[in-house]
Design a protein around this ligand. Structure first.
Ligand SMILES: [Zn+2]
Ligand SMILES: [Zn+2]
Length: 435
């Protein structure tokens, strides 16, 4: 005989039943948000098609070494934000697209697709940051890249244009592009020396992070958010005074192109973007009233070479979809219901009819006519109520009698008129009525 074992029951059953939560900084995209996401995805595809970008989806898991080499060991992303897989050494979840895009471009010899080659990707990236408004650990990006034989400023402008068109089509207004150049391999070393000299004189005022990275990467100091470092930045040497002639021409041309199409921009001489692969043009985009960048990017002519490939000019940019969504939700655009309304509602009475109705629904599936049902409800009344609520024009009602006679009742939900139709003719009859 079983004795009651109340004494062995856990003292706090509520604790034992605690529900699982998604990990910090990760998020579920719920059914009601799917309308917004469908709008984002469709607009992304349309924008890409307009500028002739072709889709590529690089793998989500990459080697850690790829990002160390491309982004730099001192970058925040590599130093602090990589998700390293436990199962296999040296693999990480991708923190961004550009390095993966170039890796895929070189690995698959995509230069054979012709030049310039415009590629885009859309999907999740992962960064172990402290979650806050507009900042997630799992985020989605739309990424545009252009590979070309020459380092042509027109492509920098086209990347900015494509991103601008994307947000414009989503009715996101008042987006400003902050743009800068960080020079090239021939002019940057001179600028680097000047930065080292300047920050060397102010070393005691720097934050601990900056003191540590000053000799390895003085450019990163311009990126620091520490209050003192931000102040010091004001008088730091200006890259624009230290460019070589080619970089100077390149930058001027980029500005002329975006000026021509009236893109609002601000030249921001201390913008550096904190990743090793950039050269020349770098940019970030902000929507008015939001303190996070919604997009960013730049040119990376040296990256293919850094990854062991043939030197290839390239430029690109990525936009954070969660961030755009946050801005969109404050705007005018309200996405409409994703699924078209069903015109037909299927109603049954009794088990046999339930079975037949399931089959009838599949028959409609072949015709492309959208149908709705509530096959889980037993009562006729409840089903008819659901039919009315659905906004369907017609209800098809199958009862015991109709199953035996191989007929079905067709009811006009507006007028309430109904008639009996042979089951074999019902699809043709419905199609006729819907016309
Ligand atoms: Zn240069
Ligand atoms: Zn600092």
């Amino acid at each position: 005989m079983n004795k009651p074992q109340s004494s062995k029951k856990p003292k706090n059953p509520a604790k034992r039943k605690m529900l699982f939560q998604s990990p910090r900084g990760m998020h579920d995209i719920l059914p009601l948000d799917q309308l917004w996401w469908e709008k984002l995805e469709k607009t992304a595809k349309d924008t890409a098609a307009f500028y002739n970008f072709r889709r590529i989806e690089p793998s989500i898991v990459e080697s850690e070494e790829l990002f160390k080499r491309a982004l730099g060991e001192t970058s925040d992303v590599v130093e602090k934000q990589l998700y390293v897989l436990k199962s296999e050494g040296g693999l990480v979840l991708r923190p961004e697209f550009t390095a993966s895009m170039v890796r895929a471009y070189l690995q698959h010899g995509l230069q054979h697709l012709g030049q310039p080659l415009k590629l885009y990707a859309m999907g999740p990236v992962f960064r172990h940051e402290s979650p806050q408004a507009g900042r997630y650990r799992e985020l989605h990006q739309l990424d545009f890249e252009i590979f070309s034989s020459e380092s042509d400023p027109i492509y920098d402008a086209q990347i900015i244009l494509a991103l601008q068109r994307f947000v414009k089509n989503l009715k996101v207004k008042n987006v400003t592009t902050y743009v800068n150049t960080i020079g090239c391999r021939s002019c940057r070393p001179g600028y680097r020396r000047k930065l080292l000299e300047y920050y060397g004189r102010h070393e005691k005022e720097l934050c601990a992070d900056c003191r540590r990275r000053i000799s390895r990467n003085p450019f990163r100091l311009l990126d620091c958010k520490d209050e003192n470092c931000v102040k010091l930045k004001i008088d730091a040497p200006n890259i624009l005074d230290n460019l070589c002639a080619a970089c100077s021409r390149h930058f001027k041309a980029v500005l002329e192109f975006i000026e021509e199409v009236k893109i609002p921009y601000i030249v921001t001489p201390h913008l550096v973007r904190g990743l090793d692969y950039y050269n020349r043009t770098v940019f970030e985009m902000f929507a008015e009233g939001f303190d996070f960048a919604i997009a960013g990017g730049g040119r990376f002519d040296d990256l293919a070479g850094m990854l062991g490939g043939k030197a290839t000019s390239a430029t690109g940019g990525a936009i954070g979809l969660e961030r755009v969504l946050e801005v969109m939700k404050t705007g005018d655009l309200k996405p409409s219901m994703g699924r078209a309304k069903s015109k037909i509602f299927l109603v049954y009475v009794g088990d046999l009819a339930k079975k037949k109705t399931l089959a009838l629904m599949e028959e409609f599936g072949e015709t492309g006519v959208l149908v709705a049902e509530s096959l889980g409800k037993e009562s006729l009344k409840a089903q008819l109520r659901a039919a009315d609520k659905s906004g369907a024009a017609l209800a098809l009602i199958l009862g015991q009698k109709e199953v035996f006679e191989e007929t079905i009742i067709l009811r006009d939900l507006k007028s309430g008129n109904q008639e009996t139709v042979p089951l074999t003719k019902i699809i043709a009859e419905v199609k006729k009525r819907l016309k």
